[in-house]
Design a protein around this ligand. Structure first.
Ligand SMILES: Cc1ncc(COP(=O)(O)O)c(C=O)c1O
Length: 370
């Protein structure tokens, strides 16, 4: 065999997913470990989604509906969007991929922040585009520096709002000012994976920007069923965008990209307001409790409206991460994200949160950090 790997593909470092529980338990010979590393929903999926998935399984010999009609219709109804303004993906990840596939040619530029969700850059590398990466400023997207980075080759700007890993977000006013200072030729992608957790009055009215096409660039919003809806394993996300952009993305997607159980499960989850609101409430309460406990241990928790937040552990975060792994608790070290003394944790169930606090206290005192 003689492989010729294109340079741009050879240069890609695979996305580092949070360590799976099974792998940790095998490696350390432990059981009953917990994972607070991937911003998942610790309370599980909606029971309505599970039931709908079970019911559809006998139809698995058929291809799914390629247009995901009922799911798209329900989303459109819920969000006040047109069905032609929605594009579904195998996770919002896939919609990111569609955008890059459709709009980025070799040598074109795409702007994103560091740190932010890593997949933007990886899809751009696959396409042979050039990543222009702008550092966050005090944990916020540096919108001014991003504007200064735009040139005639810029095709897309990715902004996760709230930002992962910092949990910070910008306001409607800041967004509006930003849009007005950009050329109309770029597409601004607002990745709203965690927007469900943000207070309603602080969210950006994204549809108004999608429909307001004069004098500002096109805006695309990305949403997901992986977080508040508790369906990370099912892989469903979607983009809201101008119908002309949606029309382009439909040309680059596979005909059956949303599988049968995914359509059924997401549709049912969408109708389960009880599960959705319970998740938001429990996340808020859990986050508040965790932040108070972490403070008592001498660490500094950072503000967040999402289901995760950063903690300054006042010492090497990677060593602490490994110490916590041995106690069966998986978090994320932020060393690779440019914060060597920080970990990021996801708000879990009450039991998980208590396990985390105990493990953190033990690790901090073993390592002599605080
Ligand atoms: C900011 C951000 N965007 C997108 C995603 C991808 O979500 P999905 O599961 O819908 O692909 C994540 C996942 O963690 C994320 O943090």
């Amino acid at each position: 065999m003689k492989l010729e790997i294109p340079e741009n593909i050879g240069a890609i470092v695979p996305y580092p997913p949070g360590k799976p529980l099974e792998e940790l338990e095998r490696e350390y010979g432990i059981s009953d470990s917990i994972k607070l590393a991937s911003n998942e929903n610790g309370w599980g999926p909606s029971p309505k989604a599970v039931e709908a998935i079970e019911q559809c399984l006998r139809g698995l010999h058929r291809y799914p509906d390629g247009s995901s009609f009922y799911l798209t219709e329900a989303l459109a109804g819920k969000l006040g969007a047109g069905m032609d303004e929605i594009v579904l993906g195998n996770g919002s990840n896939e919609v990111i991929e569609f955008l890059v596939k459709a709009f980025v040619r070799t040598g074109d530029e795409v702007i994103s922040s560091h740190p932010s969700f890593l997949m933007y850059q990886k899809f751009v590398q696959v396409r042979g585009g050039r990543n222009r990466v702008v550092p966050l400023k005090e944990m916020l997207h540096d919108l001014g520096a991003i504007i200064n980075t735009v040139n005639e080759k810029t095709r897309l700007i990715f902004l996760d709002n709230p930002n992962n890993p910092c949990g910070t977000f910008f306001s409607t006013r800041e967004f509006e000012d930003f849009l007005r200072r950009l050329p109309e030729s770029v597409i601004v992608v607002l990745d709203e994976a965690y927007v469900d957790f943000v207070k309603a009055e602080q969210r950006i009215d994204i549809l108004s920007y999608i429909r307001k096409s004069e004098g500002i660039p096109a805006v695309v919003a990305l949403r997901t069923f992986s977080k508040a809806f508790g369906l990370a394993g099912l892989r469903v996300g979607f983009g809201l965008m101008h119908r002309d952009i949606a029309d382009v993305l439909h040309r680059v997607r596979q005909p059956f990209n949303i599988n049968l159980p995914a359509q059924a499960g997401a549709l049912a989850a969408l109708s389960d307001d009880v599960h959705y609101h319970a998740t938001l409430n429990k996340t808020r309460l859990g986050r508040k409790w965790l932040q108070e406990e972490v403070k008592k241990l001498g660490c500094v928790p950072y503000d967040s409206q999402t289901n995760f937040f950063l903690i300054d552990v006042k010492g090497d975060a990677t060593i602490l991460y490994e110490s916590m792994l041995r106690k069966g608790v998986i978090v994320r070290s932020m060393a690779a994200y440019g914060y060597p003394d920080f970990i990021r944790i996801t708000v879990g169930t009450r039991d998980e949160n208590e396990r985390f606090v105990t493990a953190l206290a033990d690790s901090l005192s073993e390592l002599g950090y605080v």
